[in-house]
Design a protein around this ligand. Structure first.
Ligand code: AHR
Length: 502
């Protein structure tokens, strides 16, 4: 093992980017493949509770502490009739589901989802269908969930077991409506007008709701970022968030570039932040709209057309991506991007949570935690308070995609109330240890209370049913603080998190 020149980090707890929105650690559950059926909901499992929810999956999800959960899709949303999924289960229709060419039994619907959210202590974020669905359907769903009893849909809710309004606060105005693959795809003008009218009716039912507009499905879309500008100009005053989606991968097996992905992720946020500023100025508005990265993950291995079509089966195996060490290191720096951009980015939903491009896999009654499970858990548990602007002096390396990049990817948080900071560092080098010196600038911590690390020498190593614990975070000795600095050595291909007390 060789060693690079040293890196230096300078941390000032007053150099604040923004308070961190807890919703940056959110998830996304779609009626796709085995996410809902055989994932969250499996009455036949020995782990099923009285509602058919899998207790082992609930426990793993609780460990990830998702603050909100987006549902029911995804591409599924754009053909979904939400009324199919309420009421007596034996009367719910079986449907041919077109987005994933699967059979939808509707045994899990809005009420089951809201029950699931309360089990894992997460805020629901419901999507309304703006593909085949009309603005009336969207408004009816808000009435079903949030209106006091005494009218048709709110009385139905009471009849089906929930007298008090659920008070669902977060709502998505469709899904990826810019994509030609979307059921009921619209151009930006058509979508902007439909979303504005849906928002108007939904808010007339409940003006306390917060709405997410569909932004571009990725930065690679030919209509990006014009779609974003146009849709926002129609809807600016009526929405609170603008969505962005992105799936990353290493299809050319160029690990140095893949491990530098945060450069592209930051550029994507910066461009959309510019669009937000432009539309705010153009509309002479005092209102603010923030970004919701409500689908993000690594997804490139399970992307053949056979991974996307269910052949009209119930709960088919779709896009069950296996995650390796390099994927986990990309996920770790993606979470750091969320913190570094916390001033404009307020929601981020990992897509998805179980079986479908997920940190958790099930097989029969077994459960496997993939490599990506660990950085998600660490950030979700440790990032608190404010995000800090860390000054990073790092040795650099060459990538074919992004040119010269720092070997270290760093973020930090500070929670003044709890007198605690957290530092998150990825060492992108495949060969070199990086010695790092952390310098405390304005306030001197008393100790590093804990430290953990995910590391390995093979970027392609992954957990499997035969070897389920090959990759996980391990506690490491907390480094001491000496003369105002903390020194530690970061192994290649590693993610390290420190918790520091003041
Ligand atoms: O998460 C899988 C799919 O990816 C979602 O259904 C869709 O919104 C995106 O294209």
């Amino acid at each position: 093992m060789s060693q690079s020149s040293p890196a230096r980090l300078y941390i000032d707890t007053k150099r604040v980017v923004s308070e961190i929105s807890p919703l940056l650690f959110s998830g996304f559950a779609e009626h796709m493949g085995r996410c809902i059926y055989q994932g969250i909901y499996d009455p036949a499992s020995k782990h099923a509770d009285q509602n058919g929810l899998r207790k082992d999956v609930l426990a793993a999800l609780r460990a990830l502490d998702f603050r909100s959960m987006r549902y029911p899709g995804g591409n599924f949303l754009s053909g979904y009739r939400w009324e199919d999924g309420i009421g007596p289960k034996d009367q719910r229709p079986r449907r041919r589901e077109l987005a994933w060419q699967s059979i939808e039994t509707n045994q899990f619907g809005t009420d089951e989802f809201l029950q699931f959210c309360s089990e894992i202590n997460t805020e629901p974020m419901l999507g309304v269908n703006l593909g085949t669905g009309g603005i009336q359907d969207a408004a009816n769903l808000v009435e079903y969930c949030n209106a006091p009893t005494g009218t048709h849909y709110s009385d139905l809710r009471a009849e089906y077991g929930q007298r008090n309004p659920y008070g669902v606060r977060y709502w998505c105005l469709g899904n990826e409506m810019d994509g030609p693959w979307q059921i009921g795809h619209l151009d930006a003008v058509e979508y902007g007008k439909k979303a504005r009218e849906a928002a108007k009716l939904m808010r007339w039912h409940d003006d306390s709701i917060e709405l997410v507009l569909c932004g571009s499905s990725s930065s690679q879309m030919p209509t990006y970022p014009e779609w974003d500008r146009v849709a926002l100009e129609f809807c600016w005053e009526k929405v609170n968030y603008h969505s962005m989606h992105y799936y990353a991968g290493n299809p050319n097996d160029d690990t140095p570039s893949y491990l530098a992905l945060s450069a592209a992720l930051e550029d994507y946020v910066d461009t959309l932040a510019g669009v937000l500023r432009y539309v705010k100025a153009k509309t002479r508005s005092k209102h603010d709209v923030y970004l919701s990265w409500d689908e993000w993950n690594v997804w490139y291995k399970a992307r053949e057309s056979s991974d996307l079509r269910g052949n009209w089966a119930e709960a088919p195996h779709l896009i069950e991506e296996i995650y390796n060490l390099e994927d986990a290191l990309v996920v770790a720096q993606w979470l750091s991007v969320f913190l570094r951009k916390a001033d404009v980015l307020k929601i981020a939903c990992l897509a998805q949570i179980v079986n479908v491009i997920a940190p958790i896999l099930t097989r029969g009654d077994e459960l496997l935690q993939q490599a990506t499970f660990y950085p998600i858990k660490v950030f979700s548990q440790m990032a608190r308070g404010d995000s800090l602007d860390v000054l990073v002096e790092s040795p650099r390396y060459e990538t074919s995609e992004y040119g010269d990049m720092p070997l270290l990817d760093v973020s930090a948080t500070h929670d003044a109330a709890g007198a605690v900071s957290a530092i998150f560092i990825v060492n992108r080098s495949q060969n070199d240890d990086v010695p790092v010196e952390i310098n405390w600038q304005d306030a001197m911590p008393t100790r590093v209370a804990s430290a953990c690390q995910l590391a390995g020498d093979d970027p392609k190593a992954a957990n499997s049913w035969d070897n389920p614990h090959q990759l996980s975070t391990q506690a490491i000795d907390p480094p001491p603080i000496v003369d105002g600095a903390t020194e530690l050595r970061l192994p290649p291909l590693s993610f390290t998190a420190l918790e520091v007390k003041f």
